[in-house]
Design a protein around this ligand. Structure first.
Ligand code: HEC
Ligand code: HEC
Ligand code: HEC
Ligand code: HEC
Ligand code: HEC
Length: 299
């Protein structure tokens, strides 16, 4: 009996750090369970996506060799492959039927002309396209075709975007590095702060705290900042920065409160553990002192 109580106390003490904190998670346990369930559904969806049939585009083009197989090799390493944007997402066509794969009736677009590329990519990246078309780059590219989306991101080995894309080698192909550098400096400060806050949110999540509201806020601030890159105007970027910096300060303040809460919970958990061990010690001592050894475990 006492042994069972001891085990129960141990289990309770180890659960405490994983309980949601009611003032921070408005819905308490209910919300917590929802998050857990959401996780399970997410995994199920990912598994479903993984079972999708291999596209005939990938299959046939891999076998073609030369310049027609090259896109497959490059795309295999891209964020598009990772996120499920396949050949037909960009080029159209029917990825399930080799006979219908590359005909007009299946919506096959073929290889885009250089001046068509902003619309080609922009059918999914709508916000980026809008900003780009208004920029000095978009206006000149409408006539000459460059710089277009693929000038900076490539066509097939498209990688996760970051400020590293703004570098002397890439940007001085056509002009000096003076303006690009100013833009990069304006954005770099916010970028570092966003990364720091994202890491803190991840830590809080590890302690099972509901951080969705903060995540949403950070995500919105991050998007607002990244959206300004294609505008290419230092003034507009600075105006946007002022607005998002305010949001980031609020996220930071909330995280400080959460940090304190985690520390408090850890102290409580340690207290309970110490109590359990002390209780177990007392029980053992009691038995050793007052009971005969053969009756120790006949509880
Ligand atoms: C059975 C083999 C086969 C399949 C399936 C196939 N392709 Fe092709 N594809 C080719 C060959 C061969 C060429 C080169 C000759 C040509 O343009 O017809 C080509 C050319 C292309 C081109 C370049 C066209 C141009 O104008 O230069 C693109 C883009 C392309 N394919 C995309 C796709 C996409 C997207 C799919 C799937 C929806 C697909 N292909 C399915 C064999 C195939
Ligand atoms: C993110 C959009 C995107 C995706 C996804 C994509 N392509 Fe392309 N592809 C382009 C663009 C843009 C061009 C034209 C510029 C160029 O040739 O790089 C192109 C050109 C091509 C060409 C013509 C190459 C040449 O040298 O004439 C072929 C063939 C092709 N793609 C096949 C594929 C196949 C096969 C896949 C899937 C493995 C694929 N593409 C996925 C954007 C894409
Ligand atoms: C069919 C829709 C579709 C088309 C067309 C498309 N993309 Fe994407 N792209 C996606 C998706 C989905 C993602 C992954 C989610 C995200 O990051 O937005 C993505 C991600 C990206 C990223 C990384 C974004 C990041 O978060 O860092 C870049 C850069 C990008 N695409 C550039 C291009 C370029 C350049 C083209 C044209 C050559 C193109 N895309 C065409 C759907 C598309
Ligand atoms: C002059 C180079 C350049 C051109 C041209 C360009 N981009 Fe970008 N793009 C960048 C840079 C740099 C970033 C990274 C921005 C950042 O991290 O703030 C980026 C980021 C992105 C992202 C990620 C945005 C996000 O929210 O993280 C996408 C998607 C994207 N570009 C798509 C496109 C598309 C589509 C086009 C054409 C309509 C295009 N880009 C044209 C340089 C370029
Ligand atoms: C293919 C050529 C080309 C490349 C590559 C290129 N640019 Fe440009 N860029 C231009 C042209 C053309 C203009 C307009 C004329 C000028 O200001 O020189 C321009 C103008 C600009 C401007 C001034 C905008 C304004 O309104 O004053 C900025 C900022 C800029 N580019 C940033 C970049 C960055 C950042 C990169 C690298 C990621 C880059 N560019 C790469 C061609 C290019």
């Amino acid at each position: 009996m006492r042994k069972k109580i001891f085990v129960l106390l141990l289990v309770v003490s180890s659960i405490i750090p994983n309980l949601p904190v009611s003032p921070l998670t408005k819905g308490g346990i209910k919300e917590w369970l929802k998050v857990e369930r959401g996780g399970i559904i997410g995994i199920a969806l990912a598994q479903q996506a993984g079972e999708k049939k291999e596209s005939v585009c990938v299959k046939c083009h891999s076998q073609l060799g030369g310049k027609f197989a090259e896109p497959v090799k490059l795309w295999n390493e891209s964020i598009h492959k990772e996120m499920g944007n396949n050949c037909d997402g960009c080029h159209g066509g029917d990825p399930t039927d080799p006979a219908r794969a590359m005909i007009k009736e299946s919506g096959f677009l073929g290889k885009p002309k250089i001046t068509e590329i902003p619309n080609f990519c922009g059918k999914c990246h709508v916000g980026v396209k809008e900003n780009y078309l208004k920029s000095a780059h978009g206006m000149i590219a409408a006539k000459t075709g460059a710089p277009n989306c693929t000038t900076c991101h490539n066509s097939h080995d498209v990688k996760k975007a970051s400020l590293d894309l703004i570098n002397e080698k890439s940007c001085t192909r056509c002009h000096t590095y003076e303006k690009p550098q100013k833009i990069k400096q304006a954005l770099a400060g916010s970028e570092a702060e966003i990364a720091r806050l994202a890491a803190q949110i991840k830590d809080a999540k590890g302690s099972s705290i509901d951080t969705r509201r903060l995540e949403e806020k950070l995500f919105a601030a991050r998007n607002a900042i990244h959206q300004t890159t294609h505008v290419l105007s230092v003034e507009k970027i600075n105006a946007m920065k002022a607005a998002t910096d305010k949001e980031l300060k609020e996220v930071d303040a909330s995280l400080k409160i959460i940090e304190k809460e985690i520390a408090k919970r850890k102290r409580i958990a340690i207290g309970v553990m110490i109590f359990c061990f002390a209780a177990a010690g007392v029980i053992l001592l009691y038995r050793k002192t007052f009971l005969k050894p053969e009756s120790w475990f006949k509880v």
